[in-house]
Design a protein around this ligand. Structure first.
Ligand code: FE2
Length: 259
């Protein structure tokens, strides 16, 4: 029967998830009634399946967004303990996103990097209050150890959220440095995930330009000059250059006058 083999081939393709408009060609007058009826039924079924898949995708997307909002709200609870880091995650996420876009990374990766940027310090929730109240925290060996643990704590907090994908390793590696002097693992340049290196640059810039009660934030120019100085050792050279171009061309975006 004319069109039978073609119809079977199309149905096999549909069964494998390959939808095309080819089925509609078999509904033309030149084909026998049986083939046309079958093609119409299969076409209708295909449209319904596609609609269902689209709905499920949207649902999945909404679920992800909601989980992300919940996790972000938890991260913001960190801001409640330390008002001076409030907004830090959001800003780092936004800077990291801009840098990732500038580098031409694909949409999914840009999104992953933004999410990791927002959540990068979530492990600080596990730190004792002294970390937030002691200005000289960096001088105490105990506190230093605690602070150095926060990328791993962050990874542990988030690891069950499998949709975060590689954002998890970006969180755990955001304090690693190209020269190997970072923490927690002392990874070297090519061992550090690219997304983590992007977040490091954004993190440094935001930390420097944020005003705290005991320290006036640096100006954009001062902060960029420091980034230039530590490029190649503490931060990835090429990423710093791209970031400087991005900020020079499009500005810091946020109000840096501080509280
Ligand atoms: Fe951090």
């Amino acid at each position: 029967m004319k069109g039978k083999n073609r119809l079977l081939a199309i149905i096999k393709n549909i069964a494998q998830g390959e939808y095309s408009g080819e089925i509609m060609e078999l509904t033309r007058d030149e084909f026998p009634d049986e083939i046309r009826d079958l093609a119409e039924a299969v076409g209708l079924m295909m449209v319904k399946i596609e609609a269902r898949e689209f709905y499920l995708e949207q649902l999945n997307e909404r679920l992800r967004e909601n989980v992300l909002k919940t996790v972000t709200a938890t991260a913001n609870a960190l801001g409640a303990r330390d008002v001076y880091t409030e907004g830090h995650g959001t800003r780092v996420g936004a800077y990291a996103e801009r840098l990732a876009k500038r580098l031409g990374l694909d949409e999914d990766e840009v999104r992953t990097i933004r999410i990791a940027g927002i959540l990068h310090d979530i492990g600080k929730i596990g730190c004792s209050d002294r970390v937030f109240t002691d200005e000289n925290a960096a001088l105490s060996e105990d506190l230093l150890r605690e602070i150095r643990q926060h990328p791993i704590s962050g990874f542990d907090i988030l690891k069950e959220l499998d949709f975060l994908g590689s954002a998890l390793e970006y969180v755990s590696a955001h304090h690693e440095r190209p020269d190997g002097s970072g923490y927690p693992y002392g990874l070297k340049a090519d061992q550090i995930p690219f997304g983590a290196s992007i977040i490091s640059v954004a993190d440094c810039f935001d930390a420097m330009t944020t005003t705290r009660p005991y320290r006036q934030g640096k100006t954009v120019d001062q902060a960029l000059a420091i980034l230039r100085k530590i490029a190649g050792t503490q931060l990835d050279q090429a990423l710093v250059e791209a970031f400087i171009q991005e900020i020079s061309e499009n500005g810091p975006e946020f109000d840096l006058t501080g509280p």
